[in-house]
Design a protein around this ligand. Structure first.
Ligand code: DAK
Length: 290
């Protein structure tokens, strides 16, 4: 399905007139969007910025948007000039959840047999680090999407929550699992069972996000961190991400063993020789990503 979509996506790109959609995101000056529901551009060296762009629905996540997002993430992941990816929304909403209008009339047999929105967790298969810059609402699937990122920064007015219980459902893209691991069982259970929301300060205090910025500075600050990450050796960055995520799924002994093997493997890279030589020679490193 995804490959079908990708094919269609690129085909439609070829069919676009010259006056096609130029990326209107704040950081876009030189790139254009290939998509209808997201904007993609490169605001800084080594950084891909993906902006969810369905403002009338507060970036409600419906299937076409998810497919475009997956396509953009896969493209960035396989692009050797990209070292980190930033996902953001608008100042009003990162994403207010899965599209309730798309879901409302679906039957059990439809969602079960068609494995409804089965590609939702594609972001978790991306090897490069993903940073989520969350302004406004990050509810339901929007909160779940943010939690698939490796680092979350919040705008001062960000609102997080898993309000699915109020719709007669439960979180379906990791809310009961990732939120619990991130903020602990009691807090996550309270949020999920009551449908209450969490403001940016609580999210910071509970460890859901790592920093808060004024709304108009949030994306810029997130890009700054992404740029710093992208300036390091790509293989080391990816190995660190892989080791962290593997460690979250296994016991400490297995995690430590996995980390050690990845550590050893980096001695086969140019960037390890370069990084250590640069330190000794008191000069900046010139990493090549191999
Ligand atoms: N879906 C569709 N439309 C939405 C939406 C949503 N989630 N959230 C907002 N909108 C639309 C509104 O319907 C409205 O459209 P119009 O009526 O103008 O056509 C427009 O966005 C503006 O919204 P409001 O008028 O409501 O704006 P307010 O400022 O008054 O309120 C709000 C903002 C965010 C508090 C409110 O809109 C709201 O409560 N939204 C719903 C939040 C929510 O319940 N989210 C959870 C949805 S369930 C799965 C993967 C994922 C999921 C499930 C399964 N699998 C992989 C199996 C995820 C499920 C969910 O996320």
């Amino acid at each position: 399905m995804l490959s079908m979509f990708r094919c269609t996506c690129h085909k439609s790109l070829n069919q676009l007139p010259i006056t096609n959609r130029w990326n209107k995101a704040k950081f876009s000056t030189s790139s254009r969007s290939l998509y209808d529901h997201i904007l993609v551009n490169r605001p800084a060296k080594g950084v891909s910025l993906v902006t969810l762009n369905r403002p009338k629905s507060l970036n409600a996540l419906f299937t076409p948007l998810i497919l475009e997002l997956n396509d953009a993430l896969q493209s960035a992941d396989s692009d050797s000039s990209i070292g980190a990816i930033v996902i953001t929304g608008s100042e009003r909403a990162f994403a207010a959840g899965a599209d309730i209008k798309e879901m409302k009339d679906k039957t059990f047999s439809e969602v079960y047999e068609q494995n409804f929105i089965r590609n939702w967790s594609e972001a978790t298969r991306v090897k490069k680090p993903i940073l989520a810059a969350v302004n406004g609402y990050a509810l339901g699937g929007g909160c779940e999407l943010a939690m698939m990122a490796d680092i979350i920064y919040a705008g001062e007015k960000a609102v997080f929550g898993q309000p699915e219980i109020k719709l007669g459902i439960i979180p379906g893209a990791g809310g009961t699992q990732r939120l619990t691991r991130l903020i602990g069982k009691s807090r996550a259970t309270e949020l999920i069972l009551t449908g209450k929301t969490l403001n940016a300060e609580q999210a910071l205090a509970w460890g859901l996000v790592s920093a808060i910025y004024p709304p108009d500075k949030l994306v810029e600050e997130t890009i700054n961190t992404a740029t710093l990450i992208a300036s390091h050796g790509r293989l080391a960055v990816q190995a660190a991400k892989e080791s962290i995520n593997y460690g979250l799924q296994v016991g400490l002994e297995d995690g430590l063993l996995y980390e050690r093997k990845l550590f050893y493997s980096l001695f086969a890279t140019h960037d390890q020789k370069e990084g250590m030589s640069a330190f000794i020679e008191k000069r900046p490193s010139k990493f090549k990503g191999n």
